[in-house]
Design a protein around this ligand. Structure first.
Ligand SMILES: [Fe+2]
Ligand SMILES: [Fe+2]
Length: 314
């Protein structure tokens, strides 16, 4: 049984039959007739689905997230494309697993980027004490290696296996550029580097293999701060209480205006780096996923692609 290619199946009027992966709990929406609304994932690509069929609604209400056998038709409403599920059955085989629907960044590539950026930061003065601390924290048994495999998001930027590690690595590259531009930041290189490594570490607890975990509502800022408590004495000893509190402030404030108000300069800078990295990645992903050269971005409305069709090489 084939996995439905969502990029094709979402086009208006296209019928498809095969396997789909509902990667988060669908919602029931009231309407003239109640309908169910949710997301499908295929190779990191997320599309919206809807269904007005009573039995589809019942099956999804009972089983939620998972792999299903479906018949679909692509539809368009007010220039928004979505997949209409016409019929649905639970998939009971084991030949296809959730991983077949997820995208991944090869771990060798991630490891190479990580070693490279840490090496460059060491050339700017990142201390051995900090590198050791980073290694110990990321390999802490409680994380079970998941910093290296979890996504950076469920729906948005870097929602693929290895996405969290990738996002953190790309942020360190932006930090490197800032350290070269604003040398007055150099004395804070350990704090800035460690804070970036730790800023989203709580996503290991907020997410569970690219979907929301059971306790998602205690968000990754809260969970990250909680996790790091076990390193408090060590950080007090190798640095100071000041260093530890500054890291806490970065984790708490790194969402800027979308979370707790940042209370330190480091928190604001990490917020800017985080936004620049995640927004750029997200925008390019939206551009890539868009069937037309013009697409709607939630923040700014219609945007024309950097590479309109006529300039595309393929
Ligand atoms: Fe975050
Ligand atoms: Fe982040």
């Amino acid at each position: 049984m084939q996995i439905i290619n969502l990029k094709e199946a979402i086009n208006n009027g296209v019928s498809a039959a095969g396997l789909i992966y509902v990667n988060s709990e669908p919602q029931i929406r009231p309407g003239r007739k109640d309908y169910v609304l949710g997301d499908l994932m295929c190779k990191g690509h997320i599309v919206q689905f809807r269904s007005w069929e009573d039995d589809v609604l019942e099956i999804l209400k009972e089983h939620g997230k998972g792999i299903y056998l479906a018949k679909t038709i692509g539809q368009e409403y007010k220039s928004l494309n979505y997949i209409n599920i016409r019929s649905l059955d639970l998939y009971v085989g084991d030949a296809v697993t959730e991983e077949d629907f997820q995208d991944r960044i090869p771990s060798g590539e991630l490891e190479e980027n990580w070693t490279d950026i840490l090496g460059q930061l060491q050339e700017r003065g990142l201390s051995d004490v900090c590198v050791q601390l980073i290694n110990d924290v990321l390999n802490d048994p409680e994380l079970d290696g998941r910093f290296f495999t979890e996504g950076a998001a469920v729906k948005h930027h870097d929602n693929q296996i290895g996405g969290l590690w990738n996002h953190s690595s790309k942020m360190l590259r932006i930090l490197l550029a800032l350290l070269d531009n604003n040398q007055e930041l150099l004395p804070a290189i350990d704090l800035m580097t460690f804070s970036i490594v730790a800023h989203d570490i709580g996503k290991v607890f907020e997410y569970d293999a690219l979907s929301m975990s059971e306790h998602w509502y205690a968000n990754h800022r809260v969970r990250g701060i909680e996790f790091l408590v076990k390193y408090r004495e060590r950080i007090f000893e190798s640095y100071s209480e000041e260093f530890y509190r500054q890291v806490q402030a970065v984790i708490a404030g790194h969402h800027g205006e979308y979370g707790d108000r940042p209370t330190t300069v480091a928190a604001v800078i990490v917020h800017y780096i985080d936004s620049l990295e995640s927004q750029t990645t997200e925008l390019l992903r939206e551009q890539e996923a868009s069937p037309q050269s013009k697409f709607i971005s939630p923040g700014f409305g219609y945007l024309e692609s950097i590479y309109p069709d006529k300039l595309r090489g393929d």
